[in-house]
Design a protein around this ligand. Structure first.
Ligand SMILES: N[C@@H](CCC(=O)N[C@@H](CS)C(=O)NCC(=O)O)C(=O)O
Length: 280
């Protein structure tokens, strides 16, 4: 796995694509000039890939014969996955996105930590992780609060997709979303331009990624209605949290964000329109 010469990238990331969790790294990389090597495919295709530093599609022969790398998917993947021992040494929780140092020796997992790795690699070019220890710790505070929200989002969206959503989970999601978005709203009061300090930081990037991920709920309105439930992220939410949503809209337009966010949101809007049409 060791590479000779100068690596052509600063960090490799393997994931299913597209994935808002990866944007945390790609947006930070645009801001601070870090070279990423992204590898991956659609979620369905990724179940026929070898999960490794040198991740790749399985060959036809490999797909047909029993593989020592075969494991049962746990979160977001219900079938078989193919993870090498080296992958699990580097990524003990076995999840994607999975980042690696250029020599493949260091695994970095959890999308927030992958984003922090990018920020540290590019800190001399742009202070996306804050300008001092206090700012960095305040950024971490937002990232920790975001991960709590993200975990609830993940459980909720996966249950919704699998048809196993309960009323309790729906209530829990409504409360978690309320706490998260109210915290962002208050964090921007009275008229702060950014969540931490005077420029874009990891806190703003994470906010955009997690809110967009949660927006996927809106394309499931019909499914929710079949269970007598309404969207948690309903149409009145932005007017209740005007600062948070103005901030989101402004960031989505930013040149470091738009290449990731715009195509994803365009497709999501088409999915939402289709769902609304089919639910009539
Ligand atoms: N909090 C993690 C979530 C990562 C995660 O749960 N990834 C799932 C896919 S959504 C996974 O890799 N599952 C692998 C498996 O099921 O074995 C992050 O932000 O990176």
């Amino acid at each position: 796995m060791a590479m000779s010469g100068t690596p052509e990238f600063d960090l490799r990331i393997f994931s299913y694509l597209p994935n808002p969790r990866i944007w945390k790294a790609t947006i930070a990389a645009r801001l601070c000039g870090v070279r990423l090597d992204l590898r991956g495919a659609t979620p369905r295709e990724l179940s026929e890939w070898l999960w490794d530093f040198e991740a790749r599609p399985l060959t036809e022969a490999e797909r047909e014969a029993p593989q020592a790398t075969e494991r049962q998917g746990r979160t977001g993947f219900s079938g078989r996955l193919y993870k090498t021992e080296a992958f699990l040494d580097a990524h003990p929780f076995g999840t994607v996105p999975a980042a690696f140092s250029p020599d493949g020796r260091v695994g970095i997992f959890e999308s927030n930590s992958i984003m922090r790795a990018v920020a540290r690699l590019g800190q001399d070019r742009y202070p996306v992780y804050g300008t001092d220890a206090y700012a960095a710790a305040r950024i971490d505070s937002f990232l920790d609060a975001s991960l709590v929200f993200a975990r609830d989002t993940q459980l909720y969206l996966l249950a919704l997709a699998k048809g196993s959503l309960t009323a309790d989970l729906h209530t829990r999601m409504r409360d978690a979303f309320g706490v998260f978005v109210a915290g962002i709203e208050r964090g921007l009061a009275p008229d702060r331009q950014f969540l931490v300090g005077d420029a874009i930081t990891l806190a703003d990037i994470c906010f955009v990624a997690e809110l967009t991920l949660f927006s996927n709920e809106k394309a499931q309105a019909t499914r929710l209605a079949e269970q007598g439930l309404a969207c948690v992220f309903h149409d009145d939410i932005p007017t209740r949290f005007p600062r948070a949503f103005a901030h989101y809209a402004k960031l989505c337009q930013h040149p470091a964000f738009a290449p990731d966010v715009a195509p994803y949101v365009d497709k999501l809007e088409r999915d939402i329109a289709r769902d609304r049409h089919s639910g009539r």
